[in-house]
Write a protein that binds this ligand. Structure first.
Ligand code: NAD
Length: 353
């Protein structure tokens, strides 16, 4: 029998294709806005400037200091720039860090947001914002956080470095994985997740060998959209909690941490909800979802060991304590011993049992 569900409805307008960056000025006009503040990281400032030039009179200026984990002091400077330039919307060009800054400005000013994602992290379709102040990252969800328009231009991802391609994609796969067993999952997020997992499974091995393959890039960005949409409409559990602990309390890099944890968090929950994780076994062609992801990550050259990220073995006890401190919904009971073993396996990079 079909499971009962609630589907809240998709609200973000999505433009997807090759060369769609050219449509950004029209999309800003379509939002009824005329003065965009273009956002980027320092590494992508040239691209932001080129987009501002393309926007012409519809650009108020650029702010290119976006940083990982959305530090509040950066947001405060960006809001001052937004107000000083009398901007009326933001155009965020980049990965999750830049999207996060756009969201942080929007919640403070009511600005409309247009996002041009250039990684697969998947913040663009969600109502989630994580912000960092005094070394602590606080995450919240609110409908006002969700961007109004997302313009996916495959051409902007052709040069995404292979390392970030793989870790960022595994970050996206983690959204789909947790979406499969989320209590508020629905047929739309389930279908998009299944499709996205299959697309990533075929695209990433091609990109490992030919990173500029346009078709594989299109498949991967399409998959990222599906995973981001799933993340935006369901609750997350153990995987995202652990990634948050390791990123927030130990300063580990976002995409790599997600990539390394994924096979282990999947295996942990597979023990409780193996049936719901069948789409992962199907996509990655292995009898176990967790082991299948581990072999896939190995084959595409993704990092496998938390030790590689600078975490020490003595950090694992503290990470376990933080992770089990506040209870949260998860399909399998969270036990101290279980999480400690999971972290040990991820630290050593061994195939999950
Ligand atoms: P990032 O945005 O920090 O980007 C990493 C680096 O890669 C940056 O220097 C960026 O300028 C550069 N870069 C981006 N695209 C590039 C390209 N095509 N070519 C070359 N360089 C490029 O990293 P990320 O992994 O995209 O995002 C991580 C952040 O996103 C974290 O802070 C995370 O918490 C957040 N996030 C939030 C959500 C959400 O729903 N709120 C979801 C996923 C991620």
């Amino acid at each position: 029998m079909t499971r009962p569900f609630v589907f809240p409805g998709l609200t973000t307008r999505v433009v997807f294709g090759h060369g769609t960056l050219a449509q950004v000025p029209d999309e800003v006009a379509r939002m009824g806005r005329g003065r965009a503040l273009v956002l980027s990281t320092p590494q992508q400032a040239d691209q932001a400037q080129a987009l501002a030039d393309q926007l012409g009179a519809r650009a108020a200026g650029i702010f290119s200091d976006a940083a990982m984990h959305t530090p509040v002091d950066v947001t405060e400077r960006a809001v001052a720039a937004f107000q000083g330039m009398a901007a009326d919307c933001v155009v965020a060009l980049g990965g999750g860090s830049t999207t996060g800054l756009g969201k942080a400005i929007a919640t403070r000013t009511g600005a409309d947001q247009l996002v041009v994602p250039t990684t697969y992290a998947g913040s663009e379709m969600t109502d989630i914002l994580g912000e960092t102040a005094d070394g602590e990252k606080v995450t919240r969800r609110d409908l006002s956080i969700r961007p109004e328009v997302v313009v996916y231009d495959v051409d902007l991802t052709l040069g995404l470095p292979v390392g970030l391609t793989m870790t960022s994609a595994l970050n996206a796969i983690a959204h789909a994985m947790e979406g499969l067993y989320a209590p508020d999952r629905n047929p739309v997020t389930e279908a998009l997740s299944r499709d996205a997992l299959t697309a990533f499974a075929s695209a990433l091995p091609v990109l490992r060998d030919t990173p500029r393959d346009p078709q594989a890039r299109a498949q991967a960005l399409y998959a990222a959209w599906g995973c981001s949409t799933a993340l935006g409409y369901v609750q997350m559990a153990l995987h995202h909690k652990l990634a948050h602990v390791l990123g927030g309390s130990f300063g580990l890099p976002h995409a790599e941490t997600h990539a390394i944890l994924l096979p282990h968090t999947t295996a942990y929950n597979e023990a409780a909800v193996a049936d719901l994780l069948a789409p992962i076994r199907d996509a990655f062609g292995h009898a176990s979802a967790g082991a299948g992801l581990w072999h896939f990550a190995h084959d595409i050259g993704a990092p496998l060991r938390l030790e590689e990220l600078g975490l020490t073995e003595s950090d694992l006890d503290r990470a376990t304590e933080i992770a089990v401190k506040n209870p949260y919904a998860n399909p399998r009971e969270i036990t101290r011993a279980g999480i400690r073993q999971l972290l040990q396996d991820a630290w050593e990079g061994r195939e999950p049992a």
